[in-house]
Write a protein that binds this ligand. Structure first.
Ligand code: ZN
Length: 370
């Protein structure tokens, strides 16, 4: 590893503006670097699906021995992320101004690029390596969702460097995530003159929500109603009320059961007040759950140790590109990169953690070269 080059790459990347849907400049930078390494690089044609000014980068570096792995990170950042100026204080990188730093996920990209530089430079044995840098991860994983369905053949381990937690942390589970949108329709009437002719959509929504189990339902299942909107005037029985919510679980049967109970609460409330309800559920992404005894986990443990890191496993309450890469034929695992307070103006990362992630990637490449 060339630590100066690693940090230069990270600084270059965070200085390039890349809010979601505006990743073209970062993509050009990454494509140039990957081509210089000897990768074949293509940018997929997903702009229409994502609304971005570029596609996902899919690069391929031929192996020198058998085996095939994939390395992934995302190119977009949450706002405010334009005009980032990184500063280093006591070995920690922060943003100088009122922006996020963008270590999420440019620390992941930097570590991947540097590990490839190091492995190619000294000709170490390596498996074939596919690099996937996605757009629009921060917009409900739009970029990875738009990747072609048969990108991988079903067996390729894919390591997604995009979680908090120290380098060496391995995210074994991330939930199924359903989003709910529902609209109650009642009947408007003057609230003082003829309320008996009205059907209150707000009352139906209140009845439905009050009868739902929300919050943490078990150690790996949650439900929430996050938005309610309805009514026009204080003197009108409201004829419309919309609500939005979600449910998540690591387990498909549990998330489906929660979704069905929430649906039942909505329809029962509509029936009780003789109104109606339109219900729309969307699966944002399917879950990921990897067995701790899986060979991939065993290999990650030994790679982490070889890199001088402490391997540990964890589960996440949120989705990442790994959730959707798993539907594209990859065996995807999210790994911690040490980013802290991400999505906030206080976001920061220790240089030692960027280096730790880079060593981890070099060790993963060695571990999967067989
Ligand atoms: Zn991220």
């Amino acid at each position: 590893m060339d630590t100066a080059r690693l940090l230069d790459t990270f600084f270059d990347l965070v200085r390039i503006d890349s809010p979601s849907r505006h990743e073209a400049q970062v993509a050009a930078y990454c494509a140039d670097r990957l081509k210089a390494l000897g990768c074949t690089v293509r940018i997929d044609a997903t702009e229409e699906a994502t609304g971005s000014d570029t596609g996902n980068i899919i690069a391929h570096l031929p192996g020198t021995v058998s085996g095939h792995i994939a390395l992934s990170a995302h190119m977009d950042c949450v706002s405010p992320c334009c005009g980032v100026e990184p500063v280093v204080d006591s070995g920690v990188v922060r943003s100088a101004g009122d922006t996020v730093l963008g270590a999420d996920d440019k620390a992941g990209i930097s570590a991947i690029l540097e590990a490839l530089e190091a492995v190619v430079a000294d000709g170490r044995p390596r498996p074939a390596i596919t690099v996937v840098f996605t757009v629009c991860e921060e917009l409900s994983l739009l970029g990875s969702g738009a990747l072609e369905a048969d990108l991988f053949d079903g067996t390729v381990p894919c390591f997604v460097f995009d979680a908090d937690g120290a380098p060496g942390s391995i995210v074994l589970g991330a939930p199924f995530h359903y989003t709910l949108r529902a609209t109650f329709l009642g009947c408007a009437a003057h609230a003082g003159v003829e309320p008996e002719n009205g059907v209150s959509a707000i009352q139906m929504a209140a009845e439905a929500i009050a009868s739902m189990h929300l919050g943490r339902l078990d150690e790996c299942t949650t439900a929430n109603i996050g938005m309610v909107e309805g009514g026009r005037e204080v003197n009108i029985v409201p004829d419309s009320c919309s609500l939005a919510g979600e449910c998540r679980s690591l387990y498909e049967d549990r998330v489906n059961a929660v979704r069905d109970r929430m649906t039942e609460a909505l329809t029962k409330a509509a029936e009780k007040f003789e109104g109606s309800v339109d219900i729309d559920w969307r699966l944002d992404y399917p879950g990921v759950l990897i067995d701790k005894a899986d060979e991939i986990v065993e290999k990650l443990f030994s790679a982490a140790r070889a890199a001088g890191l402490e391997p540990q496993t964890t589960v996440s309450g949120g989705g990442a590109d790994a959730n959707l890469l798993s539907t594209k034929g990859a065996k995807a695992v999210t790994l911690g990169i040490g980013m802290t307070a991400f999505h906030s103006l206080d976001e920061h990362i220790a240089i030692a953690d960027i280096e730790g992630t880079e060593r981890f990637i070099e060790a993963i490449i060695a571990e999967f070269a067989d």
